[in-house]
Design a protein. Structure first.
Length: 656
């Protein structure tokens, strides 16, 4: 009995002790030993101010709906007593007709301000109209007098040469762009900095900016924040991205290499992370592309600095979300400006129906995922040839042999139904021409038959390495086998005439080829991308190498540049009508045999039509095989000789 009473007294004492500690725990929490915050984030919205049709029905995106979702999540966080920060990871522009007033109206950046974004960073597409275009956009946004997000950029700076980028330097300074910024929300302090990844820099060759590796820049900025600032969370807006290949997953490499970053908003690769990536103590989030989703991270940090994901969610921005009325009016005003300032020169309107498709084209999210023919690429290259022929009527221009487009410039697709002017622009939305106006123009170059074959080889050999280099064509056809030797995967190339017949390519003959300005520059890089194995030198009609592609832009009768999106629009309008509306022919519903994949292991298929690469490889293999046989025979001969000697010695020993 005494033992029982002793145990009971001990239990009672322990309970009293625990109760006495509860106020201390509450005081510790109030003292800030555990800090919680919500971060709302987007990236790669690409000027999707208005909703877009979704494959299979429904819609996605739209800034008026995004504004509603943001307000709802901020209100929810406020009720829970959790401060919230709203950020964007870059490429907020370039991808719809709204980009046509990018430099004059800054509709995208002003919209971020109207939606309450606190901080944003710059993506490679903010430099689509080069450095001066970015400068004009920043100036237009600032001069609007509206509330704008802070912009952070730590590793992408103008070169020190005072003669280069003066306008950009001034515009960045006037706007107040800094490496990082401090934002306080209800007592919680966020240190936010921005980065541009290596792949993003590579895809902005005309930006005019100097690049510092993201890991070097992040270490420098994080160290400065830790030394100078009183902060709770360090947030990195990284326009670098993640990838299934660890060697290409820049933000995962960043998180492994740099301690102290709590959350990385990972843009550029358009990755959709249904669950966050956790690397050490760093959380990485991505919401996909085109304003499909709003990202939400609620994060808690304990007294030891360890982060915990309280909630991670991707909130769909679709037709189930109502428009914010004020934001809808603002977007409507911007749309009217696009029609007045840009489309009027083409005699078109934003929602004008160009044609109707009775089937879905490959969605943008899956386009160019596999090395194969695609009907959208066929449609675009056919449009190139048609539009150039129309622009050159009566000029006695030389015939066009072929047209090419690379997958990297195809930005959207066509779902079943009406195709509008805005839909056509979305497909070919990026870039600008020598005139500085939106959209890449078409150009013509001359290539030999041998060079066209090398261009075709780029598709199966370089395309898998550089996804944006996958090619689609009109006027030529070929087969390829991914099991063949690299740089010798293409076979059976020929001209594909309009009547469906084929004609051999003559190696030494010059052929006229049409493409867009960006793809023409890609043609010029074929030699570099193939490590010098595939030689391609774009030429003029006299066979002289081209040094400035902008000198070969094709113009409309009124003198304006023939833009690739306009070529697509006019081709769609030319299609045979049904019920008064041009209809996309059934032949575009699937492959037409312009390129055929034959992944055979048949030795005949693997070795037919060998070029010097395959012959060299075969020579090396045969040499190695001969060497193995020689060494094997030599070893066998030595073994026999040693055996003979041992036998002779044994015989002598026996005789002795």
């Amino acid at each position: 009995m005494k033992r029982i009473l002793t145990r009971a007294a001990g239990l009672l004492l322990s309970a009293l002790l625990l109760l006495s500690l509860l106020p201390l725990a509450a005081q510790a929490e109030e003292a800030g030993e555990s800090t919680q915050a919500t971060i709302l984030f987007t990236h790669d919205m690409h000027s999707h101010l208005l909703p877009a049709p979704k494959e299979g029905g429904g819609e996605f995106g739209g800034f008026a709906r995004l504004k509603t979702a943001l307000d709802q999540q901020r209100a929810k966080a406020a009720v829970q007593g959790v401060p919230s920060l709203t950020v964007d990871g870059g490429d907020f522009s370039m991808g719809s007709l709204f980009q046509t007033v990018y430099t004059t109206q800054a509709t995208e950046l002003r919209s971020l301000g109207a939606m309450g974004f606190d901080v944003a960073t710059l993506g490679n597409h903010e430099f689509e109209y080069r450095g001066n275009g970015l400068a004009s956009m920043l100036n237009a946004a600032r001069e609007s007098g509206e509330t704008l997000p802070k912009i952070v950029q730590a590793n992408y700076t103008v070169p020190k040469d005072p003669d280069s980028g003066y306008n950009v330097v001034k515009a960045l300074g006037d706007y107040g762009v800094t490496a990082y910024t401090m934002v306080e929300k209800e007592g919680v302090r966020f240190a936010v900095f921005g980065l541009m990844g290596k792949d993003a820099d590579d895809t902005a060759p005309l930006s005019g900016m100097a690049y510092e590796p993201i890991i070097d820049a992040a270490r420098r900025v994080v160290a400065e924040i830790q030394a100078k600032e009183d902060y709770d969370f360090i947030v990195c807006l990284s326009h670098s991205g993640t990838n299934k290949d660890p060697a290409k997953s820049e933000d995962e490499q960043l998180a492994k290499a740099v301690d102290g970053i709590d959350f990385i908003v990972s843009g550029h690769t358009h990755t959709l992370l249904a669950a966050p990536k956790i690397v050490g103590n760093t959380i990485i989030g991505s919401v996909g592309e085109y304003c499909n989703n709003l990202g939400k991270l609620t994060i808690s940090k304990d007294a030891a600095g360890k982060n915990t994901v309280v909630e991670y969610a991707l909130i769909p921005i679709d037709e189930t979300v109502k428009d914010d009325p004020a934001m809808a009016v603002t977007i409507g005003d911007y749309k009217a400006l696009v029609e007045k300032d840009y489309l009027s020169q083409f005699g078109m309107t934003y929602d004008q129906v160009l044609a109707r498709t009775p089937f879905d084209f490959t969605p943008a999210s899956r386009f160019a995922a596999e090395q194969e023919e695609d009907s959208l690429g066929n449609l675009i290259t056919d449009a190139y040839i048609y539009a150039v022929q129309q622009a050159e009527q009566g000029k006695n221009a030389p015939p066009i042999t072929a047209a090419f487009v690379n997958s990297g410039v195809i930005r959207a697709s066509f779902p079943k139904g009406d195709i509008t002017v805005s839909n056509a622009f979305d497909v070919s939305s990026i870039g600008s021409g020598a005139d500085g106006t939106p959209g890449y123009p078409l150009i013509d170059v001359w290539l030999t038959g041998a060079e066209i074959k090398n261009v075709l080889e780029v598709d199966p050999s370089v395309g898998p390495i550089f996804s944006g280099a996958q090619l689609y064509s009109s006027g030529v056809r070929y087969d390829f086998n991914m099991n063949r030797m690299l740089f010798n995967r293409m076979t059976n190339p020929s001209l594909l005439l309009t009547d469906g017949t084929r004609k051999p390519l003559e190696n030494g003959k010059l052929y006229r080829v049409v493409t867009n300005l960006y793809s023409s520059q890609m043609l010029g890089l074929v030699t570099e991308k193939s490590f010098g194995i595939l030689k391609v030198t774009p030429k003029d009609s006299n066979g002289n190498p081209i040094t400035n592609y902008e000198n070969y832009v094709i113009h409309l009768p009124d003198g304006g540049e023939l833009k690739e999106w306009y070529a697509l629009a006019t081709y769609l309008q030319s299609l045979p009508a049904e019920d008064g509306v041009p209809r996309v022919p059934a032949r575009y519903s699937g492959p037409e045999g312009r390129k055929t994949r034959i992944d055979s292991l048949n030795p005949i298929e693997l070795l037919k039509s060998p070029n010097w690469v395959t012959l060299l490889a075969l020579g090396v293999i045969l040499l190695l095989a001969a060497l193995v046989v020689f060494l094997g025979r030599r070893a066998a001969t030595r073994a026999r000789r040693r055996g003979s000697r041992r036998g002779a010695k044994s015989y002598k020993s026996y005789r002795g």
